[in-house]
Ligand binder design. Structure first.
Ligand code: ATP
Length: 630
């Protein structure tokens, strides 16, 4: 026995800062439902068995004389211990330190920040959807010992911690370790005794882990015979009609690490040219890593029930929130990652599954408007990436999209709604892009459209600026930015028909426009009369060619555009201020100040700053002083 030797050679390690934070959150229990720790440990054990089966394809000797995967839960009420043991791949010393001392999952840090920033509100809800992994066992255990022996290795290691900042790693004699795999011993807290009761544990396992594809056994007290709790049959191989909604939900929770209900479940077997089974879920809430910059999906690939990888693109990126698996008999078991990426079979499968998922979302839109809106609020901003990226399904995805518009009030509108209510002769679908709905609603560029009852889409996701440029048309109508080019609104009558006939441009106004054009020549490409303004005096628009104003800002922000094109300043000739200034040509500096102030005002209305804040303030002061002299 090397127990003493082990203690002598124990190395102490401090947890990585993010782990320490996560542990702190665990112990000060953001989770009200502590049972989930068991699901996390079982899910890791099942993953370890699947990894072993995969490695054993190339190296069958790894299975030695113990080919069948199993997970065993052993209870000891007297010692207040729960042991979770698997005969999976196991961990080497370095893997123990890497896996149980750091957080590998991307997005976790950002997620923790969100939760910490908003404990009371969103945080409490979010944490419930977040699979917290191994560290969750510190919610119920005052000490955790992990003994692990990697398949094929002749050494074993003990990782041990009380979850308070540090852990130790020491060698263990192989006779004290499983012959292969990992044994996790939880020394339970006083108030977590219930996890040594067979009935509690059995209930939790059946509820949470009933469909783990590895059989689970329980040993209810030291010396007792193991009893089988679940048989490890893969749910997806069963016929759809034999599977209840609860079973699907349990399975979804297990595979996704989320605790909500799936919004959509797609389960089918394809036969014919390609043979595969797909079981895919659209989550009921946003996965925590949805906005990761790498935009990776997490669908699992199985070949003949052997888990191969979850690190390949089985779904297009705009469906990266979909969770589930594809199991095929058409690929060889020893398929390499490179082969997977290049495989035409997988490309065909991917296409097939994508079509079915999109069709199921369309069906949701048709059959349950409320559920669809919830889906759209969760995932719409990601789905719209598909309009930009998936040429083949572009029109389908545009038709699925829902929008805030000037006519949507608190709800959403589809483009079919838009077209149905469009004006006669209206050949465009008008849109306005920006960062927030409130800012968009206050845009001067909307005024003329509002006055004429012409609906405008209000687009606030950054992807919107991209897809509108790529979306050629919807039912014969093109998309047109209302901050670009001419508005051509004169053809549409206003309700009181006032502005429908363009106001005569007086000589004074003509001369003021010419003056402003000259004065502002360095900053704007043109100054012209506007038909899109009814209340505001001025606004900025982009020229017909090139990008619209919001797109320019996005590209500049991303460093992909050196300098923006000069905008056009549009002036509302019916505005009293404009009329007044035009009439007052007394040779003073007022006209110049007014032209420059109007330009800055237009910039501010666009959410920008005056180019020269000091000069702006001085000009404003001069105009005030002049006003006060009257
Ligand atoms: N029983 C086990 N056998 C082998 N490796 C394990 C076992 N338990 C944990 N690990 C290793 O520890 C890592 C961290 O586990 P943790 O549960 O924290 O996150 P995860 O499983 O990677 O993420 P997720 O919960 O999203 O699946 C795992 O990725 C795995 O490499």
């Amino acid at each position: 026995m090397t127990t003493t030797a082990a203690h002598n050679t124990a190395e102490n390690h401090i947890f990585e800062a993010d782990v320490a934070r996560l542990l702190h959150m665990m112990v000060h229990s953001v989770y009200s439902d502590k049972d989930v720790f068991l699901r996390e440990l079982i899910s890791n054990a099942a993953d370890a068995s699947e990894k072993l089966r995969f490695e054993a394809i190339a190296t069958p000797t790894l299975l030695a004389n113990d080919p069948d995967s199993r997970i065993t839960l052993s209870l000891d009420e007297e010692k207040r211990q729960l042991v979770v043991e698997d005969n999976g791949i196991g961990m080497s010393r370095d893997e123990l330190i890497e896996a149980l001392g750091t957080i590998a999952r991307s997005g976790t840090r950002a997620f923790m920040e969100r939760i910490e920033a908003n404990k009371a509100g969103e945080g409490a809800q979010l944490i419930g959807q977040f699979g917290v992994g191994f560290y969750s066992c510190f919610m119920v255990a005052e000490r955790v010992d992990v003994v692990s022996r990697r398949a094929g290795a002749d050494e074993a290691w003990l990782w041990s911690s009380d979850g308070r900042g540090s852990y130790s790693v020491s060698p263990v004699d192989v006779v004290d370790s499983p012959s292969r795999g990992t044994r996790i011993t939880l020394q339970l807290m006083e108030d977590a005794k219930t996890y040594t009761s067979r009935w509690s544990v059995e209930r939790i396992v059946k509820e949470q882990s009933g469909h783990v594809p590895v059989p689970i056994k329980i040993i209810e007290k030291p010396g007792a015979e193991p009893i089988q709790l679940t048989d490890g049959t893969a749910l997806w191989t069963r016929s759809k009609s034999d599977i209840s909604t609860e079973e699907y939900t349990d399975f979804y929770r297990g595979i996704s690490g989320q605790y909500d209900e799936p919004a959509v479940t797609v389960h089918f077997r394809a036969e014919g040219r390609h043979e595969y089974t797909a079981l895919a879920f659209v989550p009921g809430s946003q996965p925590f890593d949805m906005f990761d910059p790498d935009r990776k999906g997490r669908m699992k690939l199985y070949v003949k029930r052997v888990f191969i990888t979850d690190d390949t693109e089985l779904m297009p990126r705009y469906l990266r929130f979909v969770r589930g698996l594809i199991d095929t008999a058409d690929l060889p078991l020893n398929v390499s990652r490179e082969m997977i990426q290049a495989s035409p079979i997988l490309a065909a499968i991917r296409k097939g599954v994508t079509s079915r998922v999109v069709a199921a979302i369309e069906k949701l839109a048709e059959t349950d408007a409320d559920a669809f809106i919830k889906f759209w609020e969760n995932f719409g901003s990601v789905v719209k990436e598909g309009i930009y990226e998936d040429f083949e399904r572009r029109s389908q995805l545009i038709a699925l999209s829902r929008f805030r518009t000037t006519a949507s009030n608190d709800g959403y509108r589809s483009l079919a709604d838009y077209v149905k209510d469009a004006k006669q002769d209206q050949s465009a679908i008008y849109y306005l892009t920006g960062n927030s709905l409130d800012q968009l609603k206050a845009s001067p560029q909307l005024e003329g459209f509002r006055a004429r009852g012409i609906e405008v889409l209000l687009l606030t996701d950054s992807i919107d600026s991209f897809w509108v440029m790529n979306a050629p048309e919807f039912e014969g109508r093109t998309f047109k930015s209302i901050t670009q080019g001419t508005a051509d609104l004169a053809q549409f009558a206003t309700p009181n028909d006032e502005a429908a006939t363009k106001s005569e441009t007086s000589a004074d106004l003509e001369s003021f426009i010419a003056f402003a054009r000259e004065t502002l020549a360095e900053q704007v490409s043109d100054v012209r009369a506007s038909d899109r303004l009814t209340e505001s005096a001025v606004c900025l628009v982009a020229s017909e060619q090139g990008y619209d104003r919001q797109m320019e800002k996005i590209l500049q922000g991303a460093g992909r555009l050196q300098s923006a094109a000069k905008p056009i300043l549009e002036i509302n000739l019916d505005h009293p201020l404009v009329k007044g200034i035009a009439a007052k040509d007394d040779g003073s500096s007022l006209r110049e100040d007014a032209a420059l102030l109007l330009l800055d005002q237009a910039r501010i209305l666009d959410g920008d700053r005056p180019v020269d804040p000091r000069a702006f303030a001085e000009r404003l002061t001069r105009v005030f002083q002049r006003a006060l002299q009257f």
